[in-house]
Structures are given as C-alpha cells and as structure tokens.
Design a protein around this ligand. Structure first.
Ligand SMILES: O=P(O)(O)OC[C@H]1O[C@H](O)[C@H](O)[C@@H](O)[C@@H]1O
Length: 526
C-alpha cells in the first residue's frame, strides 16, 4: 500500500528541518574538500557521474534524506508508475514515458493494447520510414531525395527534440551519422516560420507536424503557413509532410500526410523526446541506430533509478538534495549551466520539464499545500553565462543552487593550443574554478570584492556527449523531477496552469473582450 502524504507530515522531514546546517565554505576547503570531491560522487551510467561534493549536505543530512526516501516510498511510487498505475491523478492517466525505452516492470496494458509493443511498433515504423527516405525510396514528386527535415510543434513537441538534435548534431557529423539537417518552427510569430522557410530549399524538405493533441493553435497555424509556402512553390503539401500525434487526435486519420506516427495520452509532452515525437525527427536526422543508442542511455538510467539505496540512485539523490535546498534552506531557483555548446537549448528544455511538472500549489488530490514546490529554472551554457548573470549568482542577495554539466572531451575534436592550453581545457578549467569559487568564496576587506561563498552546486561530469550519454542525461532529469514530485506529493504530469491564457487569447481573437483585456487588445491593434 502506498501512502500519498504531504511532505510536511513526514517525521523524516521534520528531522531534516532540525538537522545542523553545513558550512559549505568550510567543508569544501583544504584536505576535507578534496576528500569530499572524491567521495561525494555516484555514477549515472558508464562515462557520466553525478558529483555532489559542493552541495550543503553531510553524512547526517544524507542519512535523513535516505529516511525520507523510504518514508515517502519514492522508489515504490516509481515502481507503481512503471507498472501502469494512474499516477497522473488530474487527467486520470498512466505515465509511461519510461516504457518508450524499456520494459521495467510487468506488462502494461491499456484498452487491451500492450503499451510497450505499441511504442516499439511506432519506433520500427519510423525507422523503416527514415531508412527509406535516406535510401531515396521515399522522395519528392520529382524523385529527388529529401535533404532537410523541419519539425513544426511547440512546447514538448519542440523543446526536447530541438535540444536533443542540437546536442547530437556535431557528434553525428563527426561520426558519419549525419543524414539530414533539421530545422524547427514553433512560435506563432510569423517571423519564425518565415525565417525558417527562407533558410531552406522547400522542394527538398520534409515537414514533421508534431502535436500530441492535434489542436494546438500555434502548431496548426504554422502548418497552414508551411502549406501555403509549399502551394506557392507549386508543391503538393501531402507529399512533403508527415504527422506525429496521438491516435485519438484530429490529425490521426487525415490524408494530408505522407505518413502518420503515434504516441498516446500516457506520454506527457515534456516527456516525449524518447517517443515518436523525438523519434521521427531524430531518426530522420541521424538514422534509427543513433536514436536507439539515445534510448539505451535513457533506459539504463531508468533501471538505475529503481535502486532503493539513495547513494546509488543519483536521480533520487539529486531530487532530495533539491527538496532540502528548496524547503529547508529556502532557495528559490536552480541554474542549469552546461559547459557544452551542444547543450545550448538543454536549459530551455529543462525549464518546461521541471517547471510545468512541479510548478504546483495543490497536492495530487487537489488540496492546497503549505510548503514550496518546484524551483524557478533558468540557465545558459558556460562560459557565456559567466560573462552575463554569474555576478548575481556570486554576490547577489539570493542563493541559487547550480547544476553544472561538463565533459572531458569535445564532440568535434578540432582544437588549438593557446598559451599552453586547449580551448577544451580552458572550458573545463572554468567549470572547476566556478564550483570552488561559489562554494568557498574569498574574503576581502573591500566588501565590494568580498565573496561570501556557501553557494552550492553539483556537477554531472561526462567523458563525451554522445547519443547514449545524452539519453542518460535526459532521463536523469526526468526521473529527478518525478522523484521530487513524489516527495512534494504533487501531480507532476498535468499542466492546467497553461489553460487560462489560451482561453483568453481565443476571446481576444473573437473580439469578445471587455475591461483591461479590451484595452490591451486595442493597444496591440487586434
Ligand atoms: O503536442 P501538443 O498537443 O501540440 O502540445 C504542445 C504543448 O502545449 C501545451 O500547452 C502544454 O503546455 C505543453 O505541455 C505541450 O507540450
């Protein structure tokens, strides 16, 4: 039997509140600090490690977090999720994104369908389609190969796939796996679609229309925008477009598309990168084998996250340190700082994954809760961020926990030695320096130059960003957010908070406004 209790009712949480606070600057200094960096570390997968030495925790706090994990039954809740329980209480749905990359528990059936089989079938259909496109068996009307793939989608149908594409693009080029260039149209701003269309050769472009619901205003508008451009170029849109949607959506049975691939209601948009939503564009761009490696990395993390030992479960550990920082230490935000240009859109993806999941004020039964939940997430790749917002992170009045990500090797491998070091070494030197600067600070008589320190961070260190380590990185955060949602006793899998704005926008477009909404509409000339 699972107990779905609010965080503040747990005995271990009360113990956590009373636990002695750690002086991070002190514990990270000298030999003690060196020892922490060596020991406060646990593997995520081969070639990827979670190091939490610079977090404000010690063995005592970790032991209490372990009690909390057990009292809140975090792994048991995960088990019930992947065995097909109705975890998404708001929408009364199963939550099955882990099943798109592996079978963790027993067979999961819904409406008489084996769901693992369904996801694998879609993967196979996509793989076959992608191979045919690459082989020139599926072509444009003139019998010429498609060279570019353009994804049309927004939110989860854009952010994850786009971030994953960018993360693998240079790796694929370097490793002979690059098949087609991918572009993305998401915003309803006409300049987004127009700029992408201006940058491609439409005659040789294949468009992937992605919408789980098939009703998203931005995506349907951009579909029409693209169809208009295809018609103007004298092209038959139905020969240039495929759809990725759920079988129940209005797009599912249309003749407007060359092919349709499916996901379902049990895959949340922000968790859909490993479903057909990411599968279509990534398999077209890099080939099905690369997509399979990406899934394998995610699957390995999903398996590891079943470990009940907190220190051997980096997803649960990361999650609970985050809960400690948010609820006990009162920190409002988390900055995601990848020292990897390939991860330039990864923070944007995590913003949706985390904030849409855990930005909740009621528990999973709809009752108000008396504690804070999901933090504000933002970030930029290092070292660019260092020359931008790090000032506030080092000396501002809020303490913002930091999530660094760094790799020993670059993806392309082209580098240059300047003043005795390569660019990759300079990149890595900066991340090491930042961790210690944030944690330990530096005293100065000039208050303006003083660094208090005590600013916590963790780092995920990898050998190289490959499809497999990328899949692992993605699943690490998906599972972290899931465990945090369990700890906060919220439903991490719906997003009612996005609805009101959509309803009001429709009213504006129908000219059914009054009061402030009418004046804003007039000011914006609608
Ligand atoms: O894939 P779609 O149904 O078009 O949804 C696209 C996005 O829009 C919604 O408003 C939600 O906030 C997102 O969670 C979702 O990913």
């Amino acid at each position: 039997m699972l107990n779905w209790n609010n965080l503040d009712t747990l005995a271990s949480y009360q113990e956590l509140e009373k636990a002695e606070r750690i002086n991070l600057a002190e514990v990270m200094s000298g030999e003690n600090g060196a020892e922490r960096v060596k020991t406060y570390s646990t593997p995520i997968v081969d070639g990827l490690t979670f190091n939490y030495a610079a977090k404000a925790v010690d063995d005592n706090v970790l032991a209490i977090l372990d009690k909390l994990a057990k009292e809140a039954q975090l792994v048991e809740k995960y088990e019930s999720l992947y065995n097909g329980a109705v975890i998404n209480t708001g929408e009364k749905r199963l939550v099955l994104h882990q099943l798109t990359r592996g079978q963790l528990g027993g067979k999961v059936e819904a409406d008489g369908v084996d769901k693992r089989e369904f996801y694998v079938t879609q993967q196979k259909r996509i793989a076959e389609f992608a191979n045919q496109v690459h082989a020139g068996e599926i072509t444009n009307a003139a019998g010429e190969k498609f060279t570019t793939v353009v994804q049309i989608g927004i939110g989860g149908s854009d952010l994850g796939p786009r971030a994953m594409y960018l993360a693998m693009e240079n790796w694929a080029k370097k490793n002979g796996a690059f098949k087609m260039e991918a572009k993305f149209i998401s915003n309803v701003d006409p300049d987004d679609a127009a700029a992408v269309l201006n940058s491609i050769d439409v005659e040789h472009s294949l468009f992937v229309l992605v919408s789980k619901s098939g009703t998203t205003l931005e995506t349907l508008t951009n579909e029409s925008f693209v169809k208009d451009a295809l018609a103007k170029a004298g092209l038959d849109a139905s020969k240039h477009m495929i759809a990725v949607t759920s079988e129940t959506s209005p797009l599912a049975k249309s003749d407007d598309y060359l092919a349709a691939f499916f996901m379902d209601d049990f895959i949340g948009g922000r968790y859909s990168s490993t479903s057909a939503v990411g599968g279509a564009v990534l398999s077209l761009a890099f080939g099905p084998e690369v997509f399979a490696q990406f899934l394998e990395g995610a699957a390995e993390v999903d398996r590891r996250a079943t470990n009940k030992n907190l220190l051997e479960n980096p997803e649960m550990l990361d999650a609970l340190i985050g809960v400690y920082e948010r609820n006990v230490l009162g920190y409002p935000a988390t900055a995601v700082l990848p020292y990897s240009q390939a991860l330039s859109r990864f923070p944007a993806h995590l913003q949706q994954m985390d904030m849409e999941s855990n930005g909740k004020s009621v528990n999973r039964f709809g009752e108000p809760i008396d504690y804070v939940t999901g933090p504000l997430i933002f970030g930029e790749p290092g070292t660019n961020g260092q020359h931008s917002f790090y000032q506030l992170l080092h000396q501002g009045t809020d303490i913002v926990p930091l999530q660094f990500i760094g790799f020993k090797d670059s993806q392309i491998g082209t580098d240059v030695v300047i003043q005795g070091s390569t660019s990759q070494q300079k990149l890595c030197a900066n991340v090491a320096a930042q961790i210690v600067a944030f944690a330990c600070g530096k005293a100065d008589d000039n208050r303006n130059k003083n660094f208090e320190g005590g600013r916590p961070s963790s780092i995920i260190i990898g050998e190289q960003l490959t499809p497999k380590t990328l899949g692992a990185l993605l699943a690490h955060f998906e599972n972290k957010v899931m465990f945090q949602g369990f700890a906060w006793n919220v439903n991490s899998f719906d997003q009612e908070g996005v609805q009101l704005g959509k309803v009001l926008a429709k009213r504006v477009l129908a000219h059914e406004t009054d009061g402030a909404l009418k004046v804003y509409s007039d000011l914006l000339n609608i």
